[in-house]
Design a protein around this ligand. Structure first.
Ligand SMILES: Nc1ncnc2c1ncn2[C@@H]1O[C@H](COP(=O)(O)OP(=O)(O)O)[C@@H](O)[C@H]1O
Ligand SMILES: [Mg+2]
Length: 392
C-alpha cells in the first residue's frame, strides 16, 4: 500500500518542468529591469579589462537583485576577459557566512587551492599567499563581498583596506584587485578613513524596490522558464505581483510562485489559479517575517514588540505613536535596555514601516497637532509578538 502511494506521487505529473529555475541561486539569461544597472557596472569596470583596479558598492533592500545582478555581471566580465586572453579570477564571498578577515581570506584562497589548510595561517600570511597566487597567475582578482555589512560589523574595515591597497603598494609589483561590496545598508559610511580613501564615494549603484509591474515581468519570465506552457493563469501572476509589490521583493515573488506551483501539484491539478497563490501566501508569510525580523536591530525589535503588545490588547485597528512609545519604554525595561530618545524611537518606527511590517498614517480628525497612527495590516499581533520573543 505504502509503496503504491509513494510510487504514485513520484510518477505523478507536475506543472513544473524545470524546478531548478526556481532556485534562489539560479541566474536567468536576462534580468528584466536591471539592464541599466548592468550597463553602469560595465562602464565602471572597463578599467578592469585593462588590468586596473576598480571598486564599487551595490546597495538596495532585500530581493532587489543585488546578488543576481553582480553574479551575472562578474561571470560575463570573466568570459569577455578570457576571450582577450586576460585572466580575471572572480570570487564571491557571503560575509554573513564568513564574517571575519581570516574566514574571508580563507574563502578566497580555497578558490585558488581547494586544499588550502583552514588553520595555521595568520591574516598577514594569507594576504602574502594571495598576492603571490595572483602574481604567479598574472590574474586580476574580482572580489565580491556580499552582505558586506556583516563583515564590517564584526571585523571592521581592515581587510578592505589591506586588499584595496594591494594595487597601489609601491614596494610590490602591481597586483590588480577589484572589490564590489553588496549591502542593504550604507557600508561606505562604516568604512574608516583609511579604507574609505581607496573606495571612491561615487561608485555606488542603488537598486530600488521593484514596482508591481516590474515584479510582474520577473514572474512572467520565471513562469516561462519553469512551468509547462499554459499551466499558470495570468490572473495568478497578477496576484503574485500585487502581493509582492508591498515589499518590492523579487525573492518573495518567486517564492510565492514556487510554493503555489508545489501546492497545485499536491492537489493533482494542472492549472495554477489565484486561490493557490493565496494558499502559498498564507504559508510563506511566516518565513518572510522571520528573515525580515532577523534584519532588525534590538531596539527596532523592541519597538515592534511594543506595537504588537498594544494591538493584542486593543480592539482598535490603529494605535497612536504616543501609546507605542510608552509601551516601548516599559518593554525596554523588561529587557534591561535603556529606552532611546524620542528621535531615535521615531527612526525605529520609520525603519519598521520601511521593512513592511507596519503602516503609519496621519490622523484625519480632531487631534491637537498631527498625530500619527500605526496599524499592522498583515500579520496577527499575537503571532508577531511570539516570533519577536524568540529573537530577543
Ligand atoms: N531583474 C530580475 N530578473 C529576474 N530575476 C530576478 C531579478 N531580480 C531578482 N531576481 C531574482 O530574485 C531573487 C532575489 O534576488 P537577489 O539577487 O538574491 O536579491 P538581493 O541580493 O538583493 O537580496 C533571486 O532568485 C533572483 O534571481
Ligand atoms: Mg543577496
Amino acid at each position: 500500500m505504502m509503496r503504491d502511494i509513494i510510487e504514485d506521487e513520484l510518477y505523478s505529473s507536475s506543472i513544473i518542468k524545470e524546478p531548478k529555475t526556481l532556485d534562489f541561486d539560479y541566474i536567468p539569461e536576462e534580468l528584466p529591469h536591471r539592464t541599466s544597472q548592468l550597463r553602469q557596472l560595465a562602464q565602471l569596470f572597463k578599467p578592469a579589462l585593462a588590468g586596473l583596479s576598480q571598486n564599487a558598492v551595490i546597495r538596495g533592500p532585500v530581493g532587489t537583485g543585488k546578488t543576481v545582478l553582480t553574479k551575472k555581471f562578474c561571470q560575463r566580465l570573466v568570459g569577455i576577459a578570457r576571450k582577450e586572453g586576460k585572466i580575471i579570477e572572480y570570487v564571491h564571498i557571503n560575509c554573513r557566512k564568513r564574517s571575519t578577515d581570516s574566514m574571508v581570506l580563507l574563502g578566497i584562497l580555497t578558490h585558488f587551492d581547494p586544499r588550502f589548510p583552514d588553520r595555521g595561517f595568520s591574516v598577514q600570511e594569507m594576504l602574502d599567499v594571495l598576492r603571490r597566487q595572483l602574481q604567479r597567475r598574472e590574474a586580476h582578482l574580482l572580489l565580491v563581498l556580499d552582505e558586506a555589512d556583516a563583515l564590517l560589523k564584526k571585523s571592521g574595515s581592515n581587510l578592505i583596506y589591506n586588499l584595496t591597497r594591494f594595487s597601489d603598494d609601491i614596494t610590490q609589483p602591481q597586483t590588480p584587485l577589484s572589490v564590489i561590496m553588496i549591502s542593504q545598508k550604507d557600508v561606505i559610511s562604516e568604512l574608516d578613513p583609511a579604507a574609505l580613501s581607496t573606495f571612491k564615494r561615487s561608485n555606488v549603484i542603488n537598486l530600488a524596490k521593484y514596482t508591481r509591474d516590474e515584479l510582474f515581468d520577473i514572474i512572467q519570465q520565471r513562469i516561462t522558464l519553469a512551468f509547462h506552457q499554459g499551466t499558470v493563469l495570468q490572473e495568478s501572476s497578477e496576484l503574485i505581483a500585487d502581493i509582492a509589490s508591498g515589499w518590492g521583493d523579487a525573492r518573495f515573488a518567486i517564492e510565492l510562485l514556487w510554493k503555489a506551483g508545489m501546492y497545485t501539484d499536491e492537489q493533482h491539478e494542472q492549472l495554477l489559479i489565484p486561490e493557490h497563490v493565496r494558499t502559498a501566501k498564507a504559508e510563506t508569510y511566516s518565513v518572510v517575517t522571520e528573515t525580515k525580523l532577523q534584519n532588525l536591530t534590538q531596539h527596532q525589535l523592541l519597538t515592534l514588540l511594543a506595537i504588537a503588545k498594544r494591538l493584542q490588547k486593543s480592539q482598535a485597528t490603529y494605535i497612536t505613536t504616543g501609546e507605542i512609545e510608552n509601551t516601548y519604554a516599559i518593554t525596554c525595561e523588561e529587557y534591561g535596555e535603556k529606552p532611546r530618545a524620542h528621535t531615535m524611537f521615531w527612526n525605529y518606527l520609520k525603519e519598521i514601516e520601511h521593512a513592511g511590517f507596519i503602516q503609519i498614517k496621519l490622523s484625519g480628525k480632531g487631534h491637537l497637532g498631527t498625530t500619527q497612527l500605526v496599524s499592522l495590516p498583515d500579520i496577527p499581533a499575537k503571532v508577531l509578538a511570539e516570533k519577536i520573543l524568540t529573537l530577543l
